[in-house]
Design a protein around this ligand. Structure first.
Ligand SMILES: [Zn+2]
Length: 416
């Protein structure tokens, strides 16, 4: 066993144990607070809704615990168990070019992993979501989605993967700079194409009808000086009862999307406040900052891979006997999350900071009271717990816990 194997095993054990321990804390904290609605929400949330949120949170946490145990087992089988090595050895015997061999092996491994994860995903949708009344998906729709995703992966994913493997082998020691530049340009192109080309493959987008809501939203967009390619209602209810709103696209191809389920449950003023929050993310340059951070992280990742690719211990330490660019890429994609796990609280911290800034923006450009009542409805209808464990939420939550977020809005100086 080489030193790298031991480092990998220690990191894997630490990240798994931390995750498991946090999840146990979350379950205990939610159950301990199950009997009573927190004071701040007493008038708005019934005990029944509060207990449903607790049970839903606990059920989801248990599935995700099971999922992470499976994840560790698969990872060990693929690496130290020799799974990746086997896939590459098999494809090498077929005598294709290095690009096709790499492409074949990586695709095989991804397909196997996807198939192994299917039962959990089916259980989540058709058992957990169903039990709590959120599931609107049908087996037919589920299968159709699987095939659409597979087709997209083949049409879009395979060519870019082939290009990157080719660059790794062909452009010399600075290949990682080229690969980085190409991957970033490609993902910008995808973000630009997403709203008009990819998202419509999965959902129907209907322009918002003329009326009081549209007028209200146009007023808000004008006040904030925001240009977009339109406001759309998405048929989210086709798959799930959960409601949401989001911005999509970049540059001149930006769209505002409301789930039909959200429009059904919030009134016009609340929708305006929720949209003002989303606009805040643009106006406070959060989108640009996140993009910048991803660009830098990707560059660091490629630079590290550029170093690892020439180190024999990297391959043998993870169960691969025949080094190749594609094998290094595959190992890196599988193993790096084990090491980056501990940076998660840092990115979660910045995301929560952005949420507060977007809430302030919403309070200044719409009504804080309307954002609060909209948020409470969303927490209630999505059965999000109001009482998460503080450590668990610090590690995992991209949004501040309900009580803290609402207290922040209530303390806003322009609270109206
Ligand atoms: Zn937000």
């Amino acid at each position: 066993m080489n030193t790298f194997t031991i480092i990998f095993l220690i990191a894997l054990t630490l990240s798994f144990m931390t995750q498991y321990w946090l999840s146990k804390r979350q379950i205990k904290h939610v159950l301990d607070h199950r009997q009573q609605v927190p004071d701040a929400f007493k008038e708005k949330v019934s005990l029944e809704a509060h207990q449903k949120a607790a049970d839903y949170t606990v059920a989801k946490a248990r599935v995700s615990d099971f999922d992470s145990i499976l994840g560790v087992i698969f990872l060990l089988i693929l690496t130290l168990g020799g799974g990746i090595g086997m896939a590459f050895n098999f494809w090498s015997t077929l005598d294709f070019s290095p690009v096709v061999t790499g492409l074949g092996a990586i695709t095989t491994i991804f397909l196997v992993m996807h198939v192994l994860e299917l039962p959990t995903s089916i259980y989540q949708t058709f058992v957990i979501e169903e039990k709590f009344g959120f599931n609107r998906n049908t087996p037919k729709q589920f299968i159709k989605d699987q095939f659409t995703q597979l087709l997209l992966m083949m049409i879009i994913g395979l060519p870019i993967l082939a290009l990157i493997i080719w660059i790794m082998d062909s452009v010399g020691p600075l290949w990682w700079l080229w690969a980085w530049a190409i991957l970033i340009s490609f993902s910008l192109l995808m973000s630009w194409l997403f709203p008009t080309v990819i998202a419509p493959l999965f959902n129907k987008f209907t322009p918002l009808e003329e009326g009081s809501l549209k007028q209200r939203i146009h007023g808000l967009l004008e006040r904030c000086g925001f240009k977009s390619k339109g406001i759309f209602i998405m048929d989210g209810s086709k798959r799930s009862g959960h409601g949401n709103a989001y911005f999509t696209g970049i540059g001149n191809n930006k769209r505002i999307v409301f789930f039909d389920t959200l429009v059904e449950s919030l009134d016009d003023e609340e929708l305006e406040a929720v949209l003002a929050h989303e606009l805040g993310h643009f106006k406070c340059k959060h989108v640009l900052k996140m993009l910048g951070a991803t660009t830098v992280m990707t560059l660091i990742s490629f630079a590290v891979l550029g170093w690892l690719i020439g180190e024999q211990w990297f391959y043998t330490g993870l169960g691969v006997t025949e080094p190749s660019s594609a094998a290094a890429l595959m190992l890196f994609m599988l193993v790096s999350p084990v090491f980056t796990f501990f940076t998660q609280p840092i990115s979660a911290f910045f995301q929560r900071k952005f949420e507060f800034e977007a809430d302030d923006f919403a309070a200044n450009n719409a009504k804080a009271s309307m954002l609060i009542s909209g948020l409470v409805k969303l927490y209630k209808e999505n059965a999000n717990t109001l009482t998460p464990d503080p450590l668990y939420s610090a590690f995992h939550y991209s949004h501040p816990p309900a009580a803290i977020r609402i207290a922040h809005l209530e303390n806003n100086p322009v609270n109206g």
